[in-house]
Design a protein around this ligand. Structure first.
Ligand code: ADP
Ligand code: MG
Length: 253
């Protein structure tokens, strides 16, 4: 049974792409068959797993807009067991083009129906907005992971995200659940980080993952080499924590 998980937060720079790439790669490292879907026009998850955007023929844009079979867009990555549906800048137009299409919020869900059972996990890297691309991702998913950066105003914007999740649950996808809130980029040297952890735990309680992602320079270097951390530096703290997270996600179901 494949499980589809969207990694979403409309704030940029909170660790969505870093977490999508590295959670996917660690799940694959643990023997799961994983499909990473890049639905952000920036295409950073695509390059993050070693796919050169110049080599992309058809991407998620054609799946959403032109009814191209998702199977015809799946590419191999540098990680065994990990596959990717890439995104290129063409996707930037999709947000507007989707508005006038039929069943515009369910296009990704429908497209994934035939590959869902071929993978243990499908992980979707969402763009930094609550537009139709994110709505498609939430409609297609069994669960959402919400990365929250350990900084001032960490909770800002989350009420808007939560009300979007409730609307999706009510109208588009009754089964959507929050798998967990992921605290990212913790700087252990500051008291601020500890305060944010407490604040987020008070708000989300047992929905917060035990694994907290620290700031780790190797995690920020890996994308420029087109390698997930488990390949770029498997002994780093970054690799350790994303492996821990992958185990928690597997444990959750
Ligand atoms: P988003 O996808 O939410 O916009 P990214 O995953 O692209 O966020 O992260 C934003 C920036 O922070 C990137 O430059 C990324 O390399 C860096 N980054 C993310 N997580 C970490 C981390 N744990 N330690 C150090 N740098 C990180
Ligand atoms: Mg991103």
């Amino acid at each position: 049974m494949g499980r589809t998980i969207a990694i979403a937060n409309q704030k940029g720079g909170v660790g969505k792409t870093t977490s999508s790439v590295n959670l996917s790669a660690c799940l694959a490292y643990l023997g799961k068959k994983v499909l990473l879907i890049d639905i952000d026009p920036q295409g950073n998850a695509t390059s993050g797993v070693g796919v050169n955007k110049g080599d992309v023929d058809k991407c998620i844009y054609e799946v959403l807009i032109d009814d191209v079979d998702v199977k015809d867009t799946i590419m191999e990555t540098k990680v065994e067991n990990l596959y990717v549906v890439p995104a290129t800048i063409s996707l930037a137009g999709a947000e507007i083009e989707l508005v006038s299409t039929i069943s515009r919020e369910a296009r990704l869900k429908n497209a994934l129906a035939e590959v869902k059972e071929m993978y243990d996990y499908i992980i979707i890297d969402c763009p930094p907005s609550l537009g139709l691309l994110t709505l498609n991702s939430l409609t297609a998913s069994d669960a959402i992971i919400i990365p929250v950066q350990c900084e001032y105003y960490a909770l800002e914007g989350l009420s808007q995200l939560l009300s979007t999740i409730r609307l999706v649950q009510k109208h588009l996808n009754h089964d959507l659940m929050i798998d967990g809130v992921l605290l990212t980029m913790l700087d252990a040297r500051t008291n601020l980080g500890v305060q944010v952890i407490e604040e987020v735990k008070k708000y989300f309680q047992d929905k917060v993952y035990k694994t907290i992602i620290p700031r780790n320079v190797r995690l920020s270097e890996a994308p420029s080499h087109g390698e997930p951390i488990i390949i770029y530096d498997p002994k780093s703290r970054g690799a350790e924590v994303y492996l821990e997270l992958a185990k928690e996600v597997i444990h959750n179901g």
